[in-house]
Ligand binder design. Structure first.
Ligand code: TXE
Length: 489
């Protein structure tokens, strides 16, 4: 493995308020989770700066909403181009602050550009409807208009991708935005917001603030001029934001934690199921809202499935995301996250579960300085903490079930309802089982992730509203009914 030193100069981020780059009221260090070294300095917004950012978005709202949709669309396309032109640097920053392997960072940057392209196309398709009335002189139309200032509050596992999924549909709809990245990984998002200004976005249309959730985040979310909150993060924070929004009747879209089941039935295409289980359990070191968090495998194929997944998991490599050759997994992004993985594995051991591979931190050589955890496969029962709570790490429990009915009942037994996976060759039973799974997404024989053309909705405690797709833009629009009587003298 090639050693990856900290960058020669620290990466520094600045806020954008009313189109101008401004320093924070304070500054915070950003650390590379693979080495523990400081790689950048991020601004921390004061309360006044958060208020200024919201004010500037509020001032920009009228003109932006009134701009012809074709022009708004062109601005989104320009942002996509800016991202693509700066993709290499953005991907490096992303790996340094978040930890994921470089090729995955490149993929995330590309996904962000695609989100701006997609919503550039949707911006010109905001449609209303004409409603027949009971009178020849009465006309009735319903139009859709933007909600106003949107707060986009993002998280650290896919900092740029997730933020683009909020900013792009909001701007397309005609909202203006104040973006707040997660305090652990602010630099890539701040760079893109600054880039949007360079790409010609009018001042105030897209602003950034930065800092902790309790300070900058709460100040932003509770600001009376913010009419829409779009949030991705933990369920506890989502619940808090919903309470906050209730006081002011703000519209809220939430994408919260998941606990994705993967159901592997006896007639599953086994090579595919094994490969996909490994892919979706360990990608981004398991820090995915749609990570496979529990596998329910039918008894007759359970041992062969588990053995094959274990064999592959044991071969996955760990290292710095910028190393050459590139590792399969980077570190966990946060020390708290690592502690939770350790607690979940300790719980599994205490309950007598089998740890088939992994089961401890990875501390060999250069890994010692980082937050690395070995890919871990556990065989146990549904009582394991990791089978009930989101581990958000490279750990997967395998649980044996007798049949499809038991698998579906267990899959539906938690409050989480984001994504589920189902493996079988019987497409009739797959269709019927899919309809019974209480999740916003059911993937049959694939582990495709969130992608901009497709609706992404968390059911139950996994969220509220829809992200991505055309419906994701409608979350930023409100309906107005205009009824006109023409029959006057
Ligand atoms: O998220 P938080 P955390 C899950 C995962 C993870 C857990 C907690 O299980 O371990 O959530 O992650 C801002 N007002 N997911 O603690 O705290 C905060 O600054 C306004 C699943 O990192 O929810 C950050 O910008 N904002 C998820 C953002 O909210 C507040 C991905 C997320 O922080 C705030 C990530 C407040 N009071 C974690 N408190 C997924 N669905 O993919 C915090 N914030």
């Amino acid at each position: 493995m090639t050693s990856q030193a900290a960058p020669q100069t620290l990466i520094s981020g600045s806020l954008v308020i009313a189109g101008r780059a401004v320093a924070g009221a304070a500054a915070d260090e950003v650390t590379d989770p693979a080495t523990g070294t400081v790689i950048g300095i991020a601004p921390v917004s004061s309360d006044e700066q958060v208020d200024d950012a919201v004010q500037s978005a509020a001032q920009a709202f009228g003109p932006w909403a009134a701009l012809p949709a074709t022009k708004r669309s062109a601005h989104l396309t320009a942002i996509a181009s800016w991202i693509r032109q700066h993709a290499a640097d953005l991907a490096t920053t992303l790996t340094l602050e978040q930890g994921k392997p470089r090729s995955e960072a490149v993929g995330e940057v590309d996904a962000a550009a695609k989100a701006f392209d997609y919503y550039a196309a949707e911006a010109v398709r905001v449609r209303g409807e004409t409603i027949p009335t009971g009178s020849p002189t009465l006309r009735s139309v319903a139009i859709r208009q933007p909600m106003g200032v949107a707060a986009a509050i993002g998280t650290w596992n896919y900092p740029l991708g997730i933020m683009a999924w909020k900013i792009a549909p909001a701007l397309a709809a005609g909202c203006t935005v104040v973006a707040k990245p997660a305090e652990q990984t602010p630099l890539t998002v701040l760079a893109v917001v600054a880039g949007a200004a360079d790409a010609g976005l009018p001042p105030g249309v897209l602003n950034s603030v930065s800092g902790t959730g309790a300070e900058a985040g709460a100040r932003l979310a509770s600001h009376p001029l913010v009419r829409k909150i779009s949030f991705t993060g933990g369920t506890a924070t989502g619940r808090r934001l919903l309470h906050m929004a209730a006081d002011d009747i703000k519209s809220v879209t939430l994408e919260l934690g998941g606990h994705s089941p993967m159901i592997v039935l006896a007639d599953a295409p086994m090579d595919l199921a094994v490969a996909d289980a490994v892919k979706r359990s360990f990608r981004n070191a398991g820090q995915l809202c749609n990570s496979v968090n529990r596998v329910f495998v039918q008894r007759s194929v359970a041992e062969q499935f588990t053995e094959r997944v274990t064999e592959r998991a044991a071969k996955l490599t760990l290292g710095h995301g910028l190393a050459d050759p590139e590792p399969n997994l980077g570190p966990l992004t946060t020390a708290d996250g690592l502690a939770r993985v350790e607690a979940h594995v300790a719980d599994a051991r205490a309950r007598g579960a089998q740890i088939r591979t992994g089961g401890s931190r990875a501390t060999d050589g250069e890994l010692a300085g980082g937050l690395f955890y070995q890919p871990t496969v556990v065989v146990g029962d549904g009582e394991l903490l990791m089978a009930r709570e989101e581990t958000f790490g490279p750990v997967v429990p395998v649980i044996v079930v007798e049949d499809a009915d038991e698998a579906v009942a267990r899959a539906n037994s938690l409050d989480a309802g984001l994504v589920s996976y189902l493996y079988t060759r019987d497409l009739r039973s797959a269709t019927l089982l899919s309809e019974r799974l209480e999740f916003g997404t059911v993937n049959v024989n694939n582990v495709g992730g969130g992608d901009v053309p497709f609706p992404y909705a968390g059911w139950k405690h996994s969220g509220l509203g829809i992200e991505l797709s055309r419906a994701g833009m409608e979350e930023y629009l409100r309906v107005k009914h205009i009824r006109t009587e023409l029959g006057y003298q």
